[in-house]
Design a protein around this ligand. Structure first.
Ligand SMILES: [Fe+2]
Ligand SMILES: [Fe+2]
Length: 142
């Protein structure tokens, strides 16, 4: 198994990442904290307790957060909603698959970490921000 240089992989939250909806931004900030915590703990070589906690935290995030985001996209007629929901569903499915392998005894630390990292970089910081851009178009500037 390859060894990650985890200390270089933390991701700092920046105000520019806010999409302008309080609940969603709070969830995203929290997700960054969870990610950075995972990064630190994984670096220390901790195994099972950290991984099982991570599955719980990520499942909780997915259940509440995706529902909120999808309701906002729906009510504001976000044009790319179908594709966005597909990504949310893909996250849930992939998380389940990794968890099943973990429960079967596989060491999934690296896979889970990279999956989480890709989610932040490719979904939260790219696709979720497009919802913010859409919202800004709807909000009149005085
Ligand atoms: Fe999100
Ligand atoms: Fe999303």
């Amino acid at each position: 198994m390859t060894t990650l240089l985890l200390d270089d992989l933390s991701i700092e939250w920046h105000q520019d990442y806010e999409i302008g909806i309080e609940d969603i931004d709070q969830d995203h900030k929290r997700l960054f904290s969870i990610y950075n915590y995972f990064n630190t703990v994984a670096e220390q070589g901790t195994k099972s307790p950290c991984i099982s906690t991570m599955f719980v935290l990520l499942s909780d995030y997915a259940i509440g957060h995706f529902r909120n985001e999808e309701a906002i996209m729906n009510s504001t007629k976000y044009p790319d909603i179908v594709n966005h929901i597909r990504q949310h569903n893909g996250f849930v499915r992939k998380l389940d698959k990794i968890r099943n392998r973990y429960e079967g005894g596989d060491d999934v630390r690296e896979e889970l970490f990279m999956f989480f990292r890709d989610w932040i970089l490719l979904h939260v910081l790219r696709d979720d921000r497009k919802i913010g851009e859409h919202m800004k178009k709807l909000t009149p500037v005085f």
